[in-house]
Design a binder for this molecule. Sequence first.
Ligand code: 5GP
Ligand code: ZN
Length: 115
Amino acid sequence: MSDCIFCKIVRGEIPCRKVYEDDEFFAFHDINPVAPVHFMLIPKLHLASLQEVDASHTALLGNMLLLASRLAKEHGLGNGFRTVINTGKGGGQEVLHLHLHVIGGGHIPPMVRRD
Ligand code: 5GP
Ligand code: ZN
């Protein structure tokens, strides 16, 4: 996708603080972090969101979770971390290229409060 900002980051057209890259995935620090560690893991394949996936993406989605766990550990999050995938307008997604937020370090509050 020529005008997708995450595709542009993958192609090196927009600078980023790169965390990881292989043939299938790219990871980079969030420009506006919400915790001491906050990076995004994305497939290089442009998929707008989790609403666009089908059975042909099963391996990609599984590999993405395995890689997220590995990268979190490598970034000092052995004590645990939060993963977030915002999906579509209803899910508050701002950038329409599937991405997994990996967030940790410091205090991570409960995501949903019932009080
Ligand atoms: P979303 O709300 O779509 O799940 O998350 C998009 C994330 O991308 C946000 O946390 C935002 O800070 C991050 N982001 C948006 N534009 C850029 C950019 O140009 N570079 C980097 N590194 N992060 C970005
Ligand atoms: Zn894209």
